[in-house]
Design a protein around this ligand. Structure first.
Ligand code: FAD
Ligand code: SF4
Length: 538
């Protein structure tokens, strides 16, 4: 969608030059009696705050207000491709709304509060005036909506229920109960009638096809290319701005993500057509030949409102019903969105604010420099971190079983790991990073998100990837000069935490091996681990 308003400056309440990038609302807004404030991760076509404002005041009586907050953008050293995605998608969204006939005030400000406050001051808004908005998915943003902004702005802010998550409509977990993901997922399937036979039984007779999945990648299998979209004028301008400002990490150039609803829909269609059939079989596989494999790459679009979760789920379900994709793949994919994604969102809200500082294993090592420069002789870790530094993406198993597994075994402080994830990944937001990283990946919430810590030695990594073949370490060796660090770190962790791990019924058998290790070998493992960890700090 090309804008006719490129020559109009973005309204900028901090005085910085924003460049000619996207149309601001031109005149016409005086007299709006309601402002619909839309945060940057809520780019919904059917936004409930717009719908409610339009119902009450008519289209003429409302104005959409979108603020680019410099404080939010600079909170962490974000990957520049993530910044491009956010800003370009927000500016395209403003254009989309204008094409639909809405007045949009798009401005940049030091903070959201400063942006809304300058908006009010400039508009000389009629009284009574109010802002309508939708409940944010992140804890700090919701506090801003509910507590900080009403006090700062001295206007009414009506916060409507969030519609971006299906569990906001139906939450199968009774208040105060500890949810189990499998039960949660089945209830969601029943409630939303997804992959059900007419009599309410699960399609194919099973709720879960995991046993058909989790295959390693066959050596000769042809791998698909990741989709990409040529940046349009708005995106090119954002890339130029991000490069000029110099904040953040990585290269903005090379950005090829979807930034409009139409492109996000194309991304969904391409995934269903080209990768969904093999998604299930290889969803846990890792390969140095491809960072993206058969994954959907849809998380950024789902998280900022360009794709709707139920539409995405229904599209995958139709592919199975029409014979375009097998059930193991379709169920596996739907489980990720209707199960894991929603479950994680519920975990976040159940565990906040304590989750931000949870540190069950009392890990306090700083995040090593290799996370910023990718330099390590560990082939698997170097490869995955390198991909993330390049593109802001790695798939689920690499996040969990390479990066978090390493950080848990190495005792890296959970908050520092979460900050790195939040900064580096194109799809990262607090609601999804904290439960996945601090909860599932590092088990720092004491097992509230996942019932067991995800720990693995080189054996698992070798089984699921081709990384070990090209590594200077020996995957089979536990101690000595060539021993794989995942091996001695894994056994060191089990030895140091034997009692706590034995108490976990899901881990007990794995820990039994510890009792077969003699004193000398225990000493060697401890020595190797200490030596290696000290070298990380240098
Ligand atoms: P696919 O493999 O194609 O999966 C389909 C969709 O399922 C994803 O797009 C995503 O929307 C959803 N999904 C699957 N698992 C999860 C999950 N555990 N939590 C939430 N959604 C899930 N996801 C993010 O969106 N943002 C993050 O910052 C993020 N950080 C993670 C950190 C760790 C340590 C772990 C273990 C997982 C994290 N995830 C995160 C979940 C998952 O890894 C990504 O959603 C997925 O890799 C995104 O790539 P994809 O779209 O190709 O996913
Ligand atoms: Fe990773 Fe160890 Fe395999 Fe090397 S040998 S790739 S460090 S698991």
């Amino acid at each position: 969608m090309e804008s006719q308003l490129y020559s109009v400056q973005v309204k900028n309440s901090v005085g910085a030059s924003v460049g000619a990038s996207v149309g601001a609302s031109v005149g016409a807004s005086v007299g709006a009696s309601v402002g619909v404030w839309i945060p940057g991760d809520q780019l919904l076509l059917e936004h409930p705050a717009i719908a409610a404002a339009e119902k009450e005041f008519g289209r003429e009586g409302l104005e959409v207000v979108i603020v680019e907050s410099l404080a939010r953008r600079n909170r962490l050293p974000y990957h520049r491709r993530k910044s491009v995605l956010m800003l370009s998608a927000m500016r395209h969204y403003a254009e989309e709304l204008r094409h639909l006939g809405y007045r949009v005030d798009y401005r940049r400000a030091a903070t959201i509060g400063a942006g809304l406050s300058s908006y009010l001051a400039e508009r000389g808004h009629p009284s009574p005036f109010k802002f309508l908005t939708m409940a944010a998915s992140e804890y700090s943003a919701r506090r801003l909506q509910n507590e900080l902004l009403p006090a700062l702005l001295d206007v009414e802010i009506e916060v409507l229920p969030n519609t971006q998550f299906l569990s906001e409509r139906f939450n199968p977990v009774p208040a105060g109960k500890r949810p189990i993901m499998e039960n949660f997922y089945r209830e969601m399937r029943r409630h939303f009638a997804v992959l059900l036979e007419p009599e309410g039984k699960p399609a194919g007779g099973k709720w879960n096809f995991d046993q058909d999945n989790r295959r390693p990648l066959p050596a000769g299998l042809e791998l698909p290319e990741a989709d990409g979209w040529e940046p349009d004028e708005i995106t090119r301008q954002v890339i130029e701005e991000i490069d000029r400002e110099g904040h953040g990490y990585g290269e903005a150039a090379g950005f090829r993500l979807a930034v409009t609803r139409e492109e996000a829909r194309q991304a969904l269609d391409l995934f269903i057509e080209q990768r969904l059939p093999d998604f299930g079989s290889y969803e846990d596989a890792m390969s140095s030949r491809s960072a993206t494999l058969f994954h959907s790459l849809l998380s950024p679009y789902l998280n900022i409102g360009l794709l709707d979760p139920l539409t995405t789920i229904r599209a995958a379900e139709s592919a199975w019903r029409d014979g375009r994709a097998p059930l193991n793949s379709v169920e596996g994919f739907i489980r990720q969105i209707l199960g894991w994604r929603e479950f994680i969102y519920c975990q976040y809200w159940q565990q906040m604010p304590e989750l931000q500082t949870a540190n069950h294993w009392q890990a306090n090592r700083p995040l090593p420099a290799l996370f910023w420069n990718g330099q390590t002789e560990m082939n698997c870790l170097g490869h995955v971190v390198g991909n993330v530094l390049d593109s802001g993406y790695s798939h689920h198993i690499e996040r969990l079983m390479i990066i978090c597994n390493f950080c848990l075994l190495a005792g890296i402080e959970p908050r520092q790991v979460a900050d790195w994830f939040n900064a580096m990944y194109i799809d990262a937001f607090d609601w999804v990073v904290l439960p996945n990283v601090i909860g599932m990946g590092l088990n720092a919430d004491g097992g509230k998100t996942a019932t067991k810590p995800y720990l693995a030695s080189a054996n698992y990594i070798n089984k699921m990837s081709d990384y070990c073949g090209g590594c200077r370490y020996d995957k089979k060796v536990r101690t000595g000069a060539n021993a794989c660090p995942f091996n001695f770190l894994y056994w060191n962790f089990l030895l140091n935490n034997e009692a706590a791990l034995r108490a976990n019924p899901r881990l007990g058998p794995a820990v039994l091996g510890v009792s077969r290790i003699g004193t000398e070998e225990r000493d060697r493992i401890g020595h190797e681990a200490r030596h290696f960890l000290e070298s990380l700090d240098k």
